[in-house]
Design a protein around this ligand. Structure first.
Ligand SMILES: [Zn+2]
Length: 665
């Protein structure tokens, strides 16, 4: 279900100019702000000026629709998030006391973290984070702006480490529904929710709706389980109403009739909450491969739900990068070749690979679940049967990827220098790494997720809580395996037959070591993409040990993992891909569970500590996010004659502006 790729910042952090990136413009500053474990950047929108006025108007209204959903996502993350944000906004805007004091600065850092996470829990690690200023000081700020009456209710939510500990609980022994602070369930247990969906799901339906995607589950006065729908006259109604208004304005200036029909269906879905109409919308949306402007708008990814049903609200507006799209067009055109040559059991292969459309896009507006932290690749829709019958859209997001690279150039240190074994490995990565990394992402998105098939009768939900990590591993392995294929050179995608080695060395380094910089000491590895990388790297390390495929070396007390045999490593990737595809195709829950629990979760404490120390000494921020440019209508004689892109450079200002302008709930 998880079809999104996030940038792993420690994977790059080096000078990374490749063909297509162009030269960095020295007058545009990408890196805006750094605090806690976060950095905030901005991005440019290449191609905006080439759009027609109508396309700009279309993108403008889609972006407005995206921004109007902001509060929904805040509330989904935890029902206390909006009340807390409103207080924090009030303090930032109206506090008249000393703003230079250490404690006020600590409060500002908390505010920035809150905005970044869209709530009180870390956007990636799920754990609640805390202000460094004292509770008494926070209280004094609230009192100073007339919010003193809310202290009793809100301060424990902010400061008490024992309540609302995690947004999505990663507990292995407790009830993950009860323990999760997310606002998808209230007053119900995991068993009750599972029993409820068991009772309403039609298992014989070959085109099943995404049961529970757009509802909150709770109990009515009689103790019966009920779903509260997120729709125009339901929960989140005021925000959804504004979204629909903008979507209708967008439909009026759409580029083609498919977009118009799709938007009509989307509005109808928001009005009714009917998930059949959501499917109809997605089918129309997949068909639009001709337009330049495209969007995501709805309850999309289920990462944040411990049971993997509820869609986090997300908005995304983008424009096609026609030139850069050629590469993924080549991959898509050869989809069947890749499927036929994939190293999995023929029974699990698609006989016909349909409609995999792939393109390179540039982001125009990020919102909801994609803001400020944003993916660099997306593959939608999520419904398996729609993907099978109608295909899916795969995109890689060029301007975001490039902004990461440029921002890294503005930083003096890199993880590559710290964690790669020798100068040769570093130089090789500098030459080919960024390129090979992009190709791997393309393969993962264009082909990886879309490959393979389930055996008849196997439920798409068969892998339970391990589904996301296993699905990401499947797509990553598909990409890793083919990155090294001579076919890639033949197709003109890879520059030479050895370039893939840069990605292999980097992937292993990251999966076995570097990525743990993001995990708090003493905690297990819980995020799905990180589990996927650890699973792959650890499994290959163990299985290749007798042949010394990957060697652990220690120098001056520092650990390194060095790939000695790239061909054997590729063979190990193939073996694991075959096994994970078998697990998914057969619905072998126990085998999936075994892989994750054996290889993906537990981090060697000594290595973890070492990695954290080495990383901290670099003083880099492991997570990045972006602010949006503003799209501003230009009026002349009462008529809009243009939409201009204005690049802001103030992170807090954008957050406060959005709060004032798009505060619907
Ligand atoms: Zn993925």
């Amino acid at each position: 279900m998880m079809k999104t790729i996030f940038k792993v910042m420690m994977m790059t952090g080096v000078l990374a100019i490749t063909a297509g990136c162009g030269q960095k413009k020295s007058d545009f500053k990408y890196l805006l702000d750094e605090f806690a474990d976060l950095k905030v950047m901005r991005y440019q929108i290449p191609g905006w000026d080439e759009l027609t006025l109508q396309q700009k108007e279309y993108a403008y209204h889609l972006a407005e629709a995206a921004k109007w959903g902001r509060d929904i996502h805040w509330d989904q993350n935890c029902k206390w998030n909006l009340p807390i944000r409103h207080v924090v906004e009030n303090i930032l805007e109206n506090y008249k006391g000393d703003r230079e004091s250490k404690e006020f600065q600590q409060f500002v850092v908390y505010a920035k973290r809150l905005f970044f996470a869209n709530g009180i829990h870390h956007h990636y690690a799920e754990d609640k984070f805390f202000p460094e200023c004292s509770q008494a000081y926070f209280r004094s700020l609230m009192e100073a702006v007339g919010e003193g009456n809310k202290c009793t209710e809100l301060l424990p939510v902010i400061y008490d480490p024992n309540t609302l500990q995690q947004r999505r609980s990663t507990s292995t022994d407790g009830d993950i529904v009860v323990l999760s602070a997310g606002n998808f369930y209230e007053g119900v247990t995991r068993a009750e929710v599972e029993k409820y969906y068991e009772s309403i799901e039609d298992k014989t339906d070959e085109t099943p709706i995404a049961y529970g995607l757009n509802t909150k589950v709770t109990k009515d006065a009689n103790g019966n389980i009920v779903e509260i729908p997120w729709k125009i006259d339901g929960m989140y109604g005021p925000a959804i109403k504004k979204i629909c208004e903008e979507l209708k304005l967008a439909a009026a200036c759409a580029e083609n009739d498919i977009q118009k029909r799709a938007l009509g269906l989307l509005v109808k879905y928001y009005e009714t909450g009917d998930l059949r109409i959501w499917d109809e919308f997605n089918i129309e949306w997949v068909k639009d491969t001709i337009g330049t402007v495209d969007f995501i708008n709805g309850f999309i990814e289920d990462y944040n739900d411990p049971l993997g049903r509820k869609g986090a609200w997300e908005g995304y507006v983008n424009i096609k990068d026609h030139k850069a799209s050629e590469r993924s067009t080549i991959l898509s055109a050869n989809a069947q070749w890749f499927e036929d040559h994939s190293p999995v059991d023929p029974r699990f292969k698609k006989k016909e690979c349909k409609g995999i459309s792939a393109k390179v896009i540039n982001a125009v507006c990020l919102a909801g679940d994609s803001y400020p932290s944003t993916p660099i690749g997306i593959n939608l829709p999520n419904a398996d049967w729609i993907r099978k019958q109608y295909g899916s859209k795969s995109v890689t997001i060029a301007n975001i990827t490039h902004a990461y690279d440029y921002a890294a150039q503005e930083s003096p240190t890199s993880t590559l220098d710290e964690f790669a074994w020798d100068e040769a490995e570093k130089a090789f990565y500098r030459e080919w790494g960024s390129w090979a990394d992009e190709i791997h992402t393309d393969l993962h998105e264009c082909l990886g997720h879309g490959s393979g098939q389930l055996l008849p009768g196997v439920a798409t939900t068969a892998m339970g809580e391990y589904a996301s990590a296993l699905e990401e591993a499947r797509a990553d392995l598909f990409g890793l395996y083919f990155t090294a294929d001579p076919k890639m050179v033949e197709l003109g995608i890879m520059p030479n037959k050895d370039a893939y080695k840069a990605e292999y060395a980097n992937y292993i380094r990251n999966g076995l070591m570097v990525q743990f910089t993001r995990v708090e000491l003493g905690r297990p590895n819980t995020e799905a993409h990180m589990q996927n990388r650890k699973l792959i790297a650890e499994w290959c390390y163990e299985k290749g040990r007798k042949d010394n495929v990957i060697e652990k070396k220690v120098r001056d007390g520092k650990t390194y993992f060095v790939v000695n045999d790239y061909e054997k490593l590729r063979d190990l990737f193939a073996q694991l891909l075959a096994e994970i595809q078998r697990i998914k195709s057969e619905g072998d829950y126990e085998a999936g569970k075994y892989l994750i629990e054996t290889y993906a979760v537990n981090i060697d404490p000594a290595l973890h500590k070492e990695v954290k120390q080495r990383y901290e000494a670099l003083n880099l921020k492991p997570y990045g996010g972006f602010i949006n440019p503003d799209i501003v209508p230009v009026e002349k004689g009462g008529k809009i004659v243009d939409y201009q892109v204005v690049y802001n450079d103030d992170y807090l200002k954008q957050q406060l502006d959005y709060g004032r302008k798009y505060g619907a709930l």
